[in-house]
Write a protein that binds this ligand. Structure first.
Ligand SMILES: NC(=O)c1ccc[n+]([C@@H]2O[C@H](COP(=O)([O-])OP(=O)(O)OC[C@H]3O[C@@H](n4cnc5c(N)ncnc54)[C@H](OP(=O)(O)O)[C@@H]3O)[C@@H](O)[C@H]2O)c1
Length: 327
């Protein structure tokens, strides 16, 4: 049966790739996207997609989005923001989407993109981590805490309903159309003239590498996983880790962005994280340093064997694709 799919956050890095993948899928008849900014699907040569401006904090707008679709894909989220503002949108808005989907008569499936961050940066996490490990989040990192809270809300809200719930947990997403990783580099926050000088001199872009390995996944591979979760008739609902094969080092990331990698002891990352945790107030942007403390490398075997997902790009190839697009 041809599916109608409602998507929150179609204007984002993952959203645009996901819509493109759904547009290509013969089993998808129509897509309705909703986010806050003005956006024209025709500008992307999309023919199945309509777009409406709306805020996930507005329950009426969410009710209207989910009323007439078979599958709801929830992508809308604030990733880089303040702790308070992101909590407002991510917790209340996500709850709206989950509750509205359960309450509506038509949707039979809900696909939610959680994150590797939902597991939390705990030293007793197994490496690699599988979906059997409960997402505990890390209270000191607002994004991790909110991702774990959203998964808990999802379980609470959908338990007892007939909805098929698919949770995807991607690692850091990158690629030519997902530059957020590069944008987050500290030198990109410098004022224009200083940033231009630092561009010419890698020595002005020191990049600490405490030896924590990173997984990356290409936006098109995440989009393929979303399209599979939307359309599969055989894969069981549940959580799926999503990451490119292999890992990259922080030094490789730094080099890809023209920085000067500097090896630092792992203990330095742990101490930095512990010091930050002890402070009464830490700017939200600095909370991302906690992510460098512990390796959270995911096992993606379940997505491959049960969802039938096969990433086309390794972590290293994803990084190279982003670096090449930046040049
Ligand atoms: N990027 C990654 O590395 C990564 C990794 C793992 C998981 N994820 C998860 O994947 C999902 C999508 O991420 P992304 O990378 O595509 O993020 P993104 O590029 O920041 O896009 C966020 C999307 O959410 C929409 N949005 C934000 N607030 C909204 C609101 N109040 N109402 C309606 N729409 C709203 C934005 O559109 P408007 O601004 O137009 O409203 C945009 O379409 C998120 O749940 C994220 O946590 C991302």
């Amino acid at each position: 049966m041809a599916l109608r799919v409602g998507v929150t956050g179609p204007t984002g890095e993952i959203g645009k790739a996901a819509i493109a993948a759904l547009e290509e899928h013969a089993g998808v008849e129509a897509i309705v996207g909703m986010a806050r900014r003005p956006f024209d699907p025709a500008a992307h040569q999309w023919t199945k997609t309509t777009y409406r401006q709306g805020d996930i904090l507005d329950r009426d707008a969410v009710d209207a989005l989910v009323a007439d679709v078979d599958v709801v894909v929830h992508l809308a989220f604030i990733i880089m923001g303040t702790r308070a503002e992101s909590a407002r949108v991510n917790l209340a808005g996500t709850r709206n989407v989950f509750e509205a989907t359960v309450a509506a008569a038509r949707p039979r499936r809900l696909v939610y993109t959680s994150s590797v961050a939902a597991y939390g940066y705990h030293t007793d996490n197994p490496v690699p981590i599988t979906e059997d490990v409960a997402p505990r989040g890390s209270a000191e990192h607002y994004y991790s805490e909110q991702k774990a809270a959203c998964e808990a809300a999802l379980t609470e809200i959908t338990s007892g309903s007939d909805l098929e719930v698919f949770v995807l947990r991607p690692c850091i997403v990158a690629g030519p159309h997902a530059p957020a990783l590069a944008d987050a580099m500290p030198w990109n926050k410098l004022p224009g003239p200083v940033r231009r000088i630092s561009q010419a001199l890698p020595v002005l872009r020191p990049f600490p590498d405490p030896g924590t390995p990173l997984q990356l996944v290409h936006h098109d591979d995440v989009a393929a996983a979303i399209a599979l979760a939307v359309t599969t008739r055989t894969a069981p609902p549940g959580a799926y880790n999503i990451a490119g094969d292999g890992v990259v080092s922080m030094s490789q990331v730094g080099e890809a962005f023209g920085a000067l990698p500097i090896k630092v002891p792992r203990a330095a990352a742990v101490v930095t994280s512990e010091v930050l945790s002890a402070l009464p107030f830490v700017p939200s942007a600095l909370e991302w340093l906690h992510a460098g403390r512990t390796s959270v490398v995911m096992d993606t075997e379940k997505a491959k064997s049960e969802l039938g997902w096969h990433p086309r790009y390794t972590s290293a190839e994803t990084l190279a694709a982003l670096a090449s697009a930046l040049r």
